[in-house]
Design a protein. Structure first.
Length: 270
């Protein structure tokens, strides 16, 4: 591997460790790393990102499952509605890039991530007030949860981000879960969404060939393995030791970095 790939791999590991307790796969930063640092085409960056998101999902999802931090009824509902939407998102991504260019995907990403930031900040403010609401029953908000899960699946295929940003927001704001249960539930849903989105991009686009050429077969095996291990050990430590407020602040900082980088790219086009 050249020096740029080594540097990117270190960044991949750091993202995996930081994101592992958050219920996120890290796609909001993986896509920019592939696209801007390694200079991959956007669809190649999406495939690379989804591959690493899958590894984070496996590694940190295993750590979360051992703690019992998941609402399994929400997981079942989320999987049913998110999985087919991932295929729709993949098809939409290919259409938009062909018709308009990848700038269209970046604008959509900015809009979605701004919404996530807004809802997360509102949730933080609510929790700081005395007597904030407890957990909500899934049956009371099932239609909203189905719609939100479908949207998470679509963003996974469209943006290569795994859908975790949407799922965590959904779990925290709609079902009123605490940070750990929200993360565990998100990872279990993502464990179904991400493989479908990844396979869809491989089968429905020709970007997979470019990914192999960019990394080589050794890199395809070594980098995901390193990321998976980083996520597992990061989640195993952070779940027990990281305060909820710190987890949320890291989440917001990471999302904001993604917004900033895409915004710079969009502004430069005008």
């Amino acid at each position: 591997m050249d020096i740029t790939m080594i540097f990117a791999t270190i960044l991949f590991m750091i993202v995996a460790v930081i994101f592992s307790p958050l219920g996120l796969g890290g796609g909001v930063l993986y896509v920019p790393i592939f696209h801007y640092i390694l200079e991959w085409d956007f669809q190649e960056a999406v495939i690379g990102s989804l591959t690493l998101v899958l590894m984070v999902t496996i590694g940190s999802g295993l750590a979360h499952s051992k703690t019992g931090n998941a609402n399994h009824d929400a997981v079942k509902m989320g999987r049913i509605f998110a999985a087919p939407s991932a295929i729709i998102g993949t098809l939409l991504s290919g259409f938009l890039i062909s018709a308009i260019g990848d700038i269209s995907i970046k604008i959509i990403a900015i809009a979605i991530l701004l919404f996530v930031v807004n809802r997360t900040i509102n949730k933080m403010n609510q929790e700081e007030k005395p007597g904030h609401e407890g957990p909500t029953q899934l049956s009371d908000v099932s239609q909203t949860y189905k719609l939100g899960s479908s949207f998470a699946g679509m963003t996974s295929g469209l943006l290569g981000i795994g859908g975790g940003a949407i799922l965590v927001t959904l779990n925290r704001n709609i079902l009123k879960m605490d940070a750990n249960k929200s993360s565990g539930t998100s990872y279990l849903v993502a464990s179904t969404i991400v493989p479908i989105a990844l396979l869809s991009h491989i089968l429905l686009t020709d970007a997979a060939t470019g990914v192999v050429g960019n990394t080589g077969y050794i890199g395809i095996i070594a980098i995901p393995t390193i990321v998976c291990l980083s996520a597992y050990f990061g989640a195993k430590y952070a779940i027990s030791n990281m305060p909820r407020k710190i987890v949320t602040q890291i989440f917001l900082a990471a999302i904001s970095l993604g917004i900033l980088r895409y915004a710079i790219d969009v502004i430069s086009k005008f």
